[in-house]
Every structure is written in C-alpha cells, then in structure tokens.
Write a protein that binds this ligand. Structure first.
Ligand SMILES: NC(CCC[C@H](N)C(=O)O)C(=O)O
Length: 282
C-alpha cells in the first residue's frame, strides 16, 4: 500500500517553509531529502524545512533546514511560522510559550486571535569575530573592508544565532544582492558561510533590505536578517531603538531594548497541507 506523508506549508512575508511533523509522520529527515523537497522543479518548492515538534531539553523544539539541506541553528521567520503551527495544531494553548532551537530557548508571544502575528525575543547579537565566525584576529567586525568579487565593500558582521554580513548602500535591488550574494556567502573569511543583507537607511526608524540567505539563496524576507540589519544600523548610530525593516515580502518591526535584547514582530500565514508520496523519502 502507498502511504502518504503530510507536510504543511507556511510563509513569513513570502519566506516559505515546509513543516514535517514527526509526531504525525513516521519518517526520518535527511539533508538530501530536504534539498529535493525544496527544489521548485522536482520537489514542492520552499526556502527551507522545519522538522518538529521534536523533544529538546525535554521541551518542544524545532530543527531548521535551509533549501540546500544544510542546518541552521535559528531562523526568525521559521520560529514565527513554527509558533503558528504549534497553535494551529493544538500543541500549545497559551499565548506566551517557548520554542527550543539549536540556538537556545526562544520566547514567543502571539499577538492576535488568528495566530498570525508574533513578537519574539531573539536574544542578543554579537559582533565578535570568533563568535560569528569571521577569520583573523579577535575583534568586533564593524564597518570593515572586505573584497568580494574583486571589489571593496565596507561590511559589518554579527551573529544573532546565525551569521550575517550587512553592507550599507545608497539603494538596494534584487539584482545587486543576487550578484553579490554567492561571493559573500562563500568568502574565505567566513568559515561557516554567511547570510548577506544589503541595506539602505531611509531614516532613523526605517531600513530597506534585500537578502541573500546562506543555503537558500535569494529570499523575499528574513527574520534574523531583519534583526541583524537593525542591530548593525543601531551599532553604527544610524537608527533609534524601534526600526521598521522593509523587504520585498513586507515589513518586520525590530525593537532593541536598553540591554540590547532584540525583539522581532511580524506576521505569518498558513498556505496548505500537502500530501507527499512516501517513496519520496525512501
Ligand atoms: N529565513 C531565515 C534564516 C534561515 C537560516 C539562514 N539561511 C542560515 O543558514 O543562517 C530567517 O527568517 O531568519
């Protein structure tokens, strides 16, 4: 008999994830299968896969995969999406709850009755080279010169649980980030590869970004990318503590507390449940 696997598809401002729930499906997930599932021609098509709920530290956790099958410790849109999934499926009934990730415990709060808007405590950023990681002597990587594809850029690098490189420019475009992204992602200075945001400061409370994700390429939105761009701009004195981060899929609001804890607020949406042939996983 041909069994089917049910996966759910959700999006955070057009950054789309498939969810595979091991409590409902008896399949193991491996990187190669993730890459196939995420392919838009031969698979279902997505920017990544969320595998959960899984037990982590005795609590509800999620494992986060990029479209190429590599694993990321955290995803901002992924966490909001997974929070909605947990509520939609009745795994949690409270408005405030925690999700375990490889980057630690994430506190989320649902802001509305339809479970489409969440505020998430994303913790603190670090600009320290060894923590990001960026090669070379130990330092904070702020407004530093890098050569990408034979051209010099001033970049600020930081980790918000995953690594980000922020380049400020006069304007941002899809073409620009698509051309530069692969060079930054795979630069020798970044031993764990890199997410790239090119960023334009509009004023003290607004940024425009375009995103190239490590392991997934061009995406319409990024939660951690929004946190990283806002935090880099804050560190450089370009913005105040509430920042609207505008991106092709919409806007994510970032609030930076006095102790520099980052709060991300944004929407998510359910797209569909999809039935996938079990043979796809064999
Ligand atoms: N979509 C993301 C980030 C996903 C992980 C990233 N590609 C990485 O490998 O670090 C988000 O919304 O934060």
């Amino acid at each position: 008999m041909n069994h089917t696997i049910i996966m759910s598809k959700y999006q955070g401002l057009g950054n789309d994830y498939l969810i595979l729930d091991p409590k409902k499906n008896k399949v193991e997930l491996q990187g190669k299968k993730v890459a196939l599932l995420c392919q838009r021609g031969f698979g279902l098509g997505a920017d990544g896969v969320l595998y959960g709920p899984v037990e982590m530290e005795g609590k509800l956790g999620v494992r986060i995969y990029n479209a190429d099958g590599s694993e990321s410790a955290i995803s901002g849109n992924g966490v909001r999406i997974f929070a909605k999934y947990l509520m939609d499926q009745g795994y949690v009934t409270e408005k405030k709850f925690d999700i375990e990730t490889l980057s630690g415990t994430i506190h989320v709060e649902c802001l509305n009755g339809r479970a489409t808007e969440f505020r998430v405590n994303m913790g603190k950023a670090s600009f320290v080279s060894r923590e990001i990681p960026v090669t070379g002597e130990m330092r904070e990587v702020i407004n530093e010169s890098f050569i990408f594809n034979k051209k010099e850029y001033k970049a600020t690098c930081l980790t918000v649980g995953n690594p980000h490189c922020i380049i400020f420019t006069d304007q941002v475009s899809e073409d620009q980030v698509k051309n530069l992204g692969p060079y930054v992602e795979n630069a020798d200075e970044f031993p764990e590869r890199m997410n790239l945001q090119i960023c334009h400061q509009i004023d003290k409370g607004n940024l425009d970004i375009e995103i190239w994700e490590r392991g997934s390429g061009y995406t319409k939105a990024s939660g951690t990318g929004s946190c990283a761009a806002a935090m880099a701009a804050y560190k450089l004195g370009l913005v105040e503590s509430r920042i609207n981060v505008n991106q092709p899929g919409g806007m994510i609001q970032i609030d930076i507390a006095e102790d520099e804890t980052i709060y991300m607020t944004g929407t998510v949406g359910y797209i569909a449940d999809v039935s996938v042939a079990e043979s796809f996983f064999s």
